[in-house]
Ligand binder design. Structure first.
Ligand code: SF4
Length: 523
């Protein structure tokens, strides 16, 4: 028997460190780490000890005889990695980090509570004696784990349990519902104020804005971005619904072939009754029931070999009960100008197919597509662009508009001429751009904390503000920031609401309701 890694793998790589026979790859220092969405166990080398399953933060590793039916496809996905990537025999040299002695009273801020912020926090707590204040603009932490992971992949969200332990550390102060920006009258804290009160600030704000298609009709009701749609069905306060009103085609078109596109396709085409057992937002479930999408067309500009999705994600689509997968290339794409058949659910991949215009009147009716040499009209009520993500600039910090990220060198935010801003760092997608998953962001967060530690050794200027001054500033802004207790109260309430319906949780969708829940005492 062997153990097998399944789709919810987050590439945290904690399993790599505990495997006694070094049979989990790619490791963080091997090619492919961060671009492969799961790690793989070599079935020939695994000695079946189970250490990796215990270490996995998202419960993604199972003995082969305990795999759920839909996960059995991962037996071959794990094994085929080793057929395609033969491993050299023997051990690679273990490199232990050099940890310099730093002042004990360092004060650090982290802006953002997604995975990159979480891994930066963990590294800071493990390797320094710093106190750390963690900010999020929403009352609930989690960043893209809460806002971006698909509702039908609950175990991937378990990575937050690892970070939740850190939030309880006595050296950590949580301050959620606090936004960083220029509008002090709206309660925001400026980057300059953070720089004044902390020795270092790590911006882990992710990439939550979407790139545009640049085609006619892109702003019609019924046309939206994957980030907005995913945030909406994941109950993020303020996220707008897609406003599809039911042209009756039963079809959606998604532009892009990355894993996010596949996530959205899977959610849209899944029977609503299957989603009803997840933590999907009620508002989304209601609309999906009413809309009844039966067919999702995924458009790829290039061929299938160049698709951006990972093979594990693609093969997982084949296991959705009752959903057929069909693939067309260029001119082969059949006529889809009429409504989708209500008798079947299917995902249609159309490669070498480029959207040229979104058409409609008061809402989207169809998408004109160039498929190979043919012009095609695809009847559709919903158009989703999933073609890449950008960070959002923060007034007072340099920003690379062309790349949609903060300009960095070795994690240090740099201004004009490439000069680092002392004590300002960016981690994860905000610094790297939106490529690579949780594991790649972990590696980047660790390297950036190491850059900060080097800067301290080299004489990074320290804050002269009194330790209590920042709390006073926050109070003066009249911002109701939440500490760990408030965050835990919201979490408890959401899980209680979920338990009443046999769901993992029912999320709040309004900040006001979250704050009200945060004030409730434990029953
Ligand atoms: Fe390694 Fe043990 Fe996991 Fe097999 S079960 S991959 S030997 S840690």
């Amino acid at each position: 028997m062997t153990f097998v890694i399944t789709s919810s793998c987050c590439s945290d790589a904690g399993c790599v460190a505990v495997c006694p026979v070094n049979c989990i790859h790619p490791t963080p220092d091997e090619p492919g780490f961060g671009t492969s969405d799961i790690l793989h166990i070599d079935p020939e080398a695994c000695i079946d000890c189970g250490a990796c399953a215990d270490a996995c933060p998202v419960n993604a590793i199972f003995p082969v005889d305990r795999l759920a039916h839909r996960d059995r496809v991962f037996i071959d996905i794990n094994a085929s990695y080793y057929r395609d990537n033969p491993q050299p025999s023997g051990w690679s040299e273990v490199v232990y980090p050099v940890i310099p002695k730093l002042p004990a009273d360092l004060r650090v801020a982290i802006v953002g509570t997604g995975p990159s912020g979480g891994y930066a926090l963990r590294t800071l707590l493990n390797r320094t004696e710093a106190t750390v204040t963690v900010f999020d603009k929403l009352p609930t932490p989690g960043g893209l784990v809460r806002a971006g992971v698909a509702p039908d992949h609950p175990s991937t969200k378990d990575v937050m349990k690892t970070f939740d332990l850190l939030y309880r550390d006595p050296r950590v102060t949580m301050a959620t519902n606090v936004e960083i920006g220029p509008e002090v009258n709206a309660g925001q804290i400026t980057p300059a104020e953070l720089a004044e009160h902390f020795d270092a600030v790590f911006y882990a704000v992710g990439a939550s804005a979407s790139r545009r298609l640049g085609i006619a009709g892109e702003d019609l009701p019924g046309s939206t971005s994957a980030t907005e749609l995913v945030a909406w069905y994941n109950a993020v306060p303020g996220a707008q619904g897609p406003r599809f009103v039911g042209g009756g085609s039963g079809r959606a078109v998604i532009v892009g072939t990355g894993n996010v596109a596949l996530d959205v396709a899977r959610i849209l085409v899944s029977p609503p009754e299957a989603l009803a057992a997840t933590d999907i937002a009620d508002r989304a479930l209601a609309l999906l029931r009413q809309q009844n999408v039966h067919e999702v067309v995924v458009l790829g500009r290039r061929g299938q070999a160049d698709a951006a999705y990972t093979s594990a994600e693609y093969r997982a689509l084949e296991t959705i009960p009752g959903v057929e997968i069909v693939v067309y290339d260029g001119d082969d794409l059949p006529d889809l100008s009429g409504p989708a058949s209500p008798d079947r659910r299917r995902i249609v991949f159309a490669f070498h197919a480029v959207p040229e215009a979104a058409r409609g009147d008061d809402h989207l009716r169809s998408v004109r597509v160039r498929a190979g040499d043919q012009a095609r009209e695809i009847a559709s009520d919903l158009l989703v662009r999933a073609i890449g993500y950008r960070s959002t600039s923060i007034d007072g910090l340099p920003f690379d508009e062309a790349d949609g990220r903060f300009p960095v060198r070795d994690g240090r935010i740099v201004g004009d001429g490439g000069t680092p801003l002392p004590g300002a760092y960016a981690v994860g997608w905000a610094a790297r751009g939106s490529t690579g998953g949780i594991g790649a962001n972990k590696v980047h967060a660790i390297a950036t904390v190491e850059a900060f530690m080097n800067d301290v050794v080299e004489g990074l200027p320290r804050t002269t503000a009194a330790p209590e001054a920042f709390g006073e500033l926050l109070a003066r802004r009249q911002r109701r920031s939440l500490g760990y207790r408030g965050i835990a109260a919201i979490d408890r309430m959401e899980r209680e609401r979920g338990a009443q319906q046999g769901r993992p949780r029912v999320k709040f969708t309004e900040v006001g309701a979250m704050l009200a829940a945060a004030g409730r005492r434990r029953r």
